[in-house]
Write a protein that binds this ligand. Structure first.
Ligand SMILES: CC(C)(COP(=O)(O)OP(=O)(O)OC[C@H]1O[C@@H](n2cnc3c(N)ncnc32)[C@H](O)[C@@H]1OP(=O)(O)O)[C@@H](O)C(=O)NCCC(=O)NCCS
Length: 145
């Protein structure tokens, strides 16, 4: 079932807290990532996004720019809202923001289990599997046409 979803840029402390709450639920509680790793210093300068379904914040993502390169990360959708296209909407919005910032390259570190999700959005794996927060990941780069 597809839900009516709105993706908005985080523009206040209050909405940023909502993004952190989703990340804590998904990465810390569900996946067991240590809280001190989940929050990092990139959060201060990142562009954050929230997805709302019927007014409730249910997903988040962020874009971090570094010397003309954009790193998309912290993509998380609450468990009961997955598989409805919300992650795709968040990712599309993050890519639009990266392009708006004139990113020459757009990449992310994908958990190996969700590589298929990013492949569907034209990201391709580069390099070997590595561990981040104890979880196997691969670097993926957006193939830009
Ligand atoms: C990854 C995640 C953000 C995807 O969000 P989502 O809202 O479920 O994604 P969507 O509903 O937009 O899925 C889009 C497509 O990707 C597919 N997909 C989703 N998860 C997938 C997976 N693990 N492997 C392969 N394909 C996947 C869906 O089937 C869907 O395809 P369809 O349109 O043909 O049905 C979400 O599963 C999540 O929060 N997972 C836990 C946190 C996490 O692992 N984050 C990623 C860190 S790198």
């Amino acid at each position: 079932m597809k839900t009516t979803v709105q993706v908005r840029r985080v523009d206040s402390r209050k909405t940023l807290e909502k993004a952190y709450t989703i990340r804590t639920r998904v990465f810390v509680r569900e996946q067991g990532v240590p809280e001190e790793i989940e929050m990092d210093r990139d959060d201060k300068r990142a562009f954050h996004f929230l997805a709302f379904a019927a007014g409730k914040a249910v997903g988040t993502a962020r874009v971090v720019m570094h010397r003309g390169t954009a790193k998309i990360g912290r993509m998380a959708v609450l468990k009961s809202y997955r598989g409805r296209g919300i992650g795709t909407k968040l990712l599309k919005r993050a890519i639009v923001m990266a392009k708006k910032q004139d990113a020459q390259k757009i990449y992310l570190h994908a958990q190996v289990t969700v590589i298929g999700f990013y492949e569907a959005m034209a990201f391709r794996c580069v390099g070997p599997v590595f561990k981040e927060a104890g979880i196997p990941h691969r670097k993926m780069i957006l193939v830009q046409r």
